[in-house]
Design a protein around this ligand. Sequence first.
Ligand code: IPM
Ligand code: MG
Length: 369
Amino acid sequence: MTKTYNICLLPGDGIGPEIIAEGVKVLDAVGAKYDTAFSYTEALLGGCAIDACGTALPDETLRVAEASDAVLLAAVGGPKWDTTDPAKPRPEQGLLGIRKALGLYTNLRPVQIFNALADASTLKPEIVDGVDMMIVRELTGGLYFGRRERFYDEDGCGTSGAAGQRAYDTLEYREYEVERIARQAFEAARKRRNKVTSVDKANVLETSRMWREIVHRIGAQEYPDVELEDLLVDNTAMQLISRPVDFDVVVTENMFGDILSDEAAQITGSLGMLASASLGDGTALYEPSHGSAPDIAGRGIANPLAQILSVEMMLRYSFDMNEAADDIRRAVTAVLDEGWRTGDIKQVDTLADKIVGTVAMGDLVVSHL
Ligand code: IPM
Ligand code: MG
């Protein structure tokens, strides 16, 4: 009997609607092959939700997402909604809000090189050859969700005596939050090369010292078979571009993970290729690691591959459809091997007639399934 899954689609802003259509196309194609039907409910998140409802995360969106088997998100944000006025809604609040509301504390960001794109990296080919890491970013704690405030301080902080604005954000973690993300990292490592690098700033931050202690306890008690190393975040930033091949699983707190995952993405040469999965105890969410690229929105030239690879992750992590997921990866690899490129990943030797738009790239992937 045909199995049916309900997917909540959040196209968002910018290139979002264009790329998500290609993700859906690929999902429908593999569904047909594996006797699985996907039904879709579209909802608003980010700037488009602000325009329509005055809030980046409308209640209705959360209701649809919670009732779905998985959420496929494209991207949110754009210059239209950029503001530093704390009283105005921001598209990013929709993203942070849905992560928190769905309890998506684990963010998996795989960083892999497609051979055909090896020379797209700004690093030397011999440095990036064979890069294959999984960044496990804690996603619902730390600075992103801590107490914060901005106010006018009449006393001038008691130091220089000058009155002025004052602001703070707090970096806080609880033991259970570190324990559960550590377990996710160790579990991921067991399915890979059995090594975890835990990234912190334990020479300065108390949260980091606690983080390190807890990760080591979980490792020693529950995963003695997995190799564990610690690395300070500043040093990690350096090692990532000097010896990226050495990294297997990298686990770190929310803000460090945000920064390091962009850096790691650049190793592959294009942020346009990287997918991500955000997992919790309920409905999971899948999205490309890149943004909404407002500068090229509506022109049909955006790279849909990170979105399509997010669909691959959805099949693996939410539906246990590993064969179908493998099919997608194989198809994307084949399309790239044949020389097809979107503008962002074109190379010096890319033939002009092999540069394709968003829809054509989606069609090519489907034709290889
Ligand atoms: C990401 C993004 C988001 C984050 C922004 C858009 C809020 O940079 O998913 O990495 O900081 O988490
Ligand atoms: Mg980021």
